[in-house]
Design a protein. Sequence first.
Length: 417
Amino acid sequence: MKKLLLMFAAVGVLFTACNKEADCGHEFIEHDYTQELVGTWTCLDMDYAEALVIKADGSVEVTGVVDGEFFETTGTIQVKNNKMIYKLDNGDEWEGRFEMTAGESFTMVWDEEFDICYTYRYCENDLADEIVGMWVCNDGLPGVENDMGIKTFTENGKMTLTTQTSAFVDKDLVGVESDYKVIGDLLFMMLPKQNVTEGKTPYLASLLTYTPDGTSLGDILTEKSYVAFNNGDVIYSTASFVRVKQSLNFDGKVYAYNTAYVTNAKGKDEDVSMLGHTFNMANIGAADFDIVFGADLYLVELNGNSIKHTFRPNGQDVEVVTPVTVDGNKVTLDMSAVSPICRKVEMYMFQDKDNTQLHMYMPTDSFVNYFANLMIPDLIAEGKLDVTDATAVEKVYTDMEARIESINVSFVFKARK
């Protein structure tokens, strides 16, 4: 609504074609809808998103994203005899045919000739308070598959985002802060411009569906949005998040490896051995970790300020107790305390509401250090590494950095009963 005329110039991007008989061709019915319009109404259509908060006196508060711009304004709406007059304080105005299904939706018919119309749906509940907290998604973020995405919404309109390169951002994000606003069931996010892919808008809008206790793991938040790609395609995307706790319970919890999510994996076409398995960074995937960390082979036990890893590389039982430092959901494994030549590893951990699952998320730098640490025992046992040779030890890590251009790994563990 920033520039109403732009909408008509960009019909191919912004409009939803109406079925004349079903949507825009209703017979005229004389009715005064003024009071039935009171409330919050939202519309998400391609790259056009708008939330209207309509008052009993006909005044309206408008929030939206259109033509790549975020805007907020006020105005008035009058409806008489199926005709709507919509005026905004920024000078924009529109007058045209109006249709309504009371308590459900209403439609503005912008252009009769081209059948251009926008449908707004009634929001009975405002979700601004419901989404406050931390949410994790393992699947379905825009432009990627099986990615670990983490969003934390605070009450002051700030959110932090951790995700991999996608249709919107040109590099992995770890704890990047941005602004957000929720009106009804529309989420508006304003990403920092320095993190946005060139040519993309920093303003994103999503239609929210909130389901308390939607699964056994807890609350579910689903985001529906339209995603524009570099080739000009625009697709409808859906991503579901489960609510996780913002603090970790390390009170004697034992978890067994369940599965892994591997995304954005790019690296050299070169084989490397670790824990009795051969990995290739050019095509590394979840199946590689399923082989190495099968549920009967890899356990983690959380105890106060340490994590005990139990696994069975090469058929031999191994237990490693690693000191940890916990800061919210950020966990630092001090693997140098186990072996002075190992590096510390920073990762993120999450538990669901009943502690039935544990997620470990590692971006590229974390995975490089973790993976190299796990290689060192094999190299020592095979006589390929002299632990007193600092240059040789450092080479283990620099070689790993050279092999891995990028990777995001999320390990999912289930509570062991």
